[in-house]
Write a protein that binds this ligand. Structure first.
Ligand code: SAM
Ligand code: SF4
Length: 340
């Protein structure tokens, strides 16, 4: 197995969230529900099924304590994800609570966009600063085939509405799949020509619930990168706090392209994010570990120091990189349970 070269600097610093490989964590991805109303073929092809034992997702008070603790440890950005986060009745309350936390500068939302046309102004008022919307195809029939829903037009209207009310950029996620996205690339390019959209193509990641789907559909982002480079797109230099996406720009386009290629060597070197599931488990990586329970330390404000200690200790166990490239997708059955 290839080893990914990241400098080991020995002892961690005590003040913030820094791991053994000198990666600093300023970005929290918080899932607030496992529930989803879509049935994306790569995620929940049979839809969401509630577990036999009733589970309750983190409540607003628990979320407030969690985010306050992360912010005190240097976190500046929180992404709210799911499942479909906007399905929660108290979604606006959650967004508002997070955005009011001292130290949090950005509150991002990842959504399938089904409520965006109706609610985006409310999201803005609640303090959502960044929007990521999943749109896997611009062809309504393909969109339906992929997601099980006929909602493409309302989602596209929602994105235009976001621009109207003052968002100056929207990120759009599409999972790369041989059968669908390869052919749809021209549509996406036309769409972002005059819109400030960062169109992000994410390589399909293998999860525990997939069998032949991954082999049939996986398409490397490299193919797209080569085509775009031939057509004059140029890689943008990375900022210090940028995540693992490669971003390309073109003088004729208002939009940008992002490529997320988790199977690439060195993908994990720029990892700057930690994840917390809707049930209150800390996940150090999207793949390959069980998660550390932290919910018991979210029950009162007095527990903050204990929580900080547990978070820092857990972080020392974060591996240098995932093992996806050798077919180890870890324990994750699908990404709806952790928010992608
Ligand atoms: N429901 C929201 C949505 O779809 O945007 C948020 C949760 S979803 C799990 C977050 C992101 O993960 C989506 O952009 C989705 O396309 C991506 N995703 C889900 N399963 C994936 C997989 N197996 N490989 C790559 N991306 C995946
Ligand atoms: Fe739902 Fe998002 Fe998964 Fe699609 S990708 S099934 S919208 S959680």
């Amino acid at each position: 197995m290839q080893s990914i070269p990241i400098k080991n600097v020995g002892e961690p610093e005590v003040s913030g969230l820094i791991d053994r490989f000198a990666r600093q964590y300023v970005y929290l991805r918080l899932s607030i529900t496992d529930v989803c109303n879509f049935r994306c073929n790569y995620c929940l092809p049979d839809g969401y099924h509630p577990p036999k034992h009733k589970q309750t997702f983190l409540n607003v008070d628990e979320i407030q304590r969690l985010v306050r603790t992360f912010a005190d440890l240097g976190t500046e950005k929180v992404r709210i994800t799911g499942g479909e986060p906007t399905l929660r009745k108290d979604f606006l309350d959650i967004a508002h609570t997070i955005s009011q936390t001292a130290g949090i500068r950005q509150v991002a939302l990842t959504t399938n966009g089904y409520r965006m046309e109706r609610d985006v102004a409310l999201w803005q008022q609640a303090g959502i600063t960044n929007l990521n919307v999943s749109v896997d195809s611009l062809d309504p029939r393909q969109f339906h085939l992929i997601t099980g829903e006929n909602k493409l037009q309302t989602i596209l209207n929602g994105i235009d509405k976001a621009f109207e009310i003052g968002y100056n950029k929207v990120k759009v996620n599409a999972v790369l799949m041989k059968q669908y996205t390869a052919k749809g690339l021209d549509d996406f390019l036309r769409w972002i020509k005059d819109r400030p959209i960062q169109m992000r193509f994410i390589e399909l990641m293998e999860t525990g619930e997939m069998d032949s789907f991954f082999q049939q559909q996986h398409l490397s982002g490299q193919t797209i990168l080569e085509r775009l480079t031939r057509e004059g797109w140029q890689l943008k230099p990375k900022g210090l706090t940028d995540g693992p996406a490669k971003v390309l720009t073109h003088p004729d386009y208002q939009g940008e392209i992002g490529l997320i290629m988790p199977y690439e060597k060195n993908f994990c070197a720029s990892c700057n994010r930690l994840r917390v599931s809707a049930l209150g488990k800390l996940h150090l990586c999207l793949f390959g570990e069980e998660g550390v329970n932290i919910r018991d330390l979210l029950q009162s404000d007095e527990q903050q120091l204990q929580l900080e200690t547990r978070l820092k200790a857990a972080l020392q166990g974060k591996r240098e990189h995932h093992y996806l490239h050798i077919g180890d997708s870890g324990v994750r059955n699908n990404l709806a349970s952790i928010g992608g």
